[in-house]
Design a binder for this molecule. Structure first.
Ligand SMILES: [Zn+2]
Length: 97
């Protein structure tokens, strides 16, 4: 088992592959990002930097889906995984409205 670097783990969490770039649709604080890759469905989030945290929001209703440290520290991949899981669940609620 090859030890992944922190950045590779983050890429793995977002994209399902350690060397693939995250497939964010656009850059910018008010733009919807697509978190894609791997077996899970795509999550749609908006990222907003607040102090030293990056907060993920639902693009439709603005509900917070999670946050991670803007220095992309060692918990980032875990937090992004949670954000993606929350985002997928949250989107399903919107689809059932
Ligand atoms: Zn929402």
């Amino acid at each position: 088992m090859i030890e992944l670097t922190a950045v590779q783990k983050i890429r793995l969490a977002i994209t399902g592959h350690p060397n693939r770039e995250p497939e964010f649709q656009h850059e910018g604080p008010t733009i919807t990002r697509w978190i894609t890759g791997g077996p899970q469905p795509t999550a749609y989030v908006m990222f907003q930097k607040q102090g030293d945290q990056i907060i993920a929001h639902c693009p439709q209703c603005g509900e917070e889906l999670g946050q991670f440290n803007a220095n992309y520290g060692e918990n980032t991949c875990q937090e992004l995984g949670k954000i993606r899981t929350n985002g997928i669940k949250h989107q399903q609620q919107h689809e059932n409205e």
